[in-house]
Design a protein around this ligand. Structure first.
Ligand SMILES: *[C@@H]1O[C@H](CO)[C@@H](O)[C@H](O)[C@H]1NC(C)=O
Ligand SMILES: *[C@@H]1O[C@H](CO)[C@@H](O)[C@H](O)[C@H]1NC(C)=O
Ligand SMILES: *[C@@H]1O[C@H](CO)[C@@H](O)[C@H](O)[C@H]1NC(C)=O
Length: 292
């Protein structure tokens, strides 16, 4: 059921590749289509509830935790850096849809015939339940604190000591000692997610933000590997080793389906999803053996 529905979404996405005009090309030339609207001005509490309508049901694992206010508080730290404040209002909403689609995919507890549909269940979790590992890898820079578990926590869940260490350094919070803060402070959890989106995840790669705002231009080597700007590249950055390069991966399709729905709900419309929404044809950007 779910696979079939998603496959249809995916085919729609593929069709868009050939028909869509250059991805927000209009704004690439710079400031002329800038708006100065804040995220709060284009993304209301009601919009947040529309995208995440089921998050506070008693069966949701993080009921009462996630809210619009703390998202806006967290986003304020990154608005001056261009997070969802770059380009025209369509680009602002498109970046929000893309970012929140990944958040929803990572935190969903939806299923194919779930009430309100499979993509209405984002922000159901704030933490990985029953982790089977401490996610500790020996590191000189970000050594594990004995007894502390670095399992997935947050809105775009953070795993491993070195990722907690890196984000903690950036956010000036000692996440190496207190990774649990990402499951007890929604503002901090959203900040960590937006930081993941704004910073390159690995050296010599663009950030997801740079991809979605048209700032990243692929090299000849990239295009030779079918790597182009679009939502699919953000999947490749975040989890390409698992989801990209082998056709219709179901996790990739779930991300795309959330993205298309969120574009509709935010008034952009899935017809404006841009080309290359998937990464099934892209060479994966990294393997787990590349150390960042
Ligand atoms: C945005 O703000 C900058 C700096 O205050 C200003 O120079 C620019 O004209 C504003 N742009 C628009 C579209 O209002
Ligand atoms: C939650 O995190 C935010 C952002 O880092 C911080 O300003 C705030 O004081 C924290 N709240 C609590 C209760 O620790
Ligand atoms: C070319 O791109 C592929 C895929 O991203 C990457 O694995 C490879 O390292 C790149 N080669 C060079 C020379 O940059």
């Amino acid at each position: 059921m779910r696979t079939t529905g998603c496959t249809i979404f995916f085919l729609v996405a593929l069709c868009l590749v050939s028909t869509a005009s250059a991805f927000n090309a209009f704004c690439k030339e710079g400031k002329k289509c800038e708006t100065n609207k804040t995220i709060a001005q284009i993304f209301s509490e009601q919009d947040f509830d529309t995208l995440f309508p089921q998050r506070n049901l008693p069966i949701a694992h993080a009921a009462g935790f996630w809210n619009h206010y703390e998202f806006i508080q967290a986003a304020a730290m990154f608005e001056p850096l261009g997070f969802a404040t770059t380009g025209d209002e369509i680009m602002q909403r498109t970046e929000l849809a893309a970012f929140l689609a990944h958040v929803a995919h990572e935190t969903t507890c939806g299923w194919s015939v779930a009430p309100k549909g499979p993509f209405a269940w984002g922000l159901c979790y704030k933490e990985e339940l029953s982790p089977d590992s401490l996610y500790c890898e020996p590191s000189d820079v970000y050594p594990c604190v004995p007894g502390i578990s670095y399992h997935g926590r947050g809105a775009m869940p953070v795993y491993w000591n070195y990722n907690y260490g890196k984000l903690g350094k950036y956010l000036k919070k000692d996440l190496l000692h207190r990774p649990d803060w990402l499951a007890s402070n929604a503002t901090l959890a959203f900040q960590a997610a937006i930081a993941t989106w704004m910073l390159p995840v690995r050296p010599k790669q663009p950030s997801c933000h740079d991809v979605m705002t048209g700032k990243w231009v692929p090299s000849k080597n990239d295009t030779a590997n079918s790597i182009y700007p679009g939502f699919g590249m953000t999947i490749n950055i975040l989890n390409g080793f698992v989801e990209c390069g082998h056709g219709d991966d179901i996790r990739m399709i779930d991300r795309i389906s959330h993205y298309l729905l969120f574009l509709d709900l935010l008034g952009v419309g899935r017809d404006n999803a841009g080309p290359y929404t998937g990464c099934g044809l892209q060479k994966m950007l990294y393997t787990p053996f590349d150390k960042s």
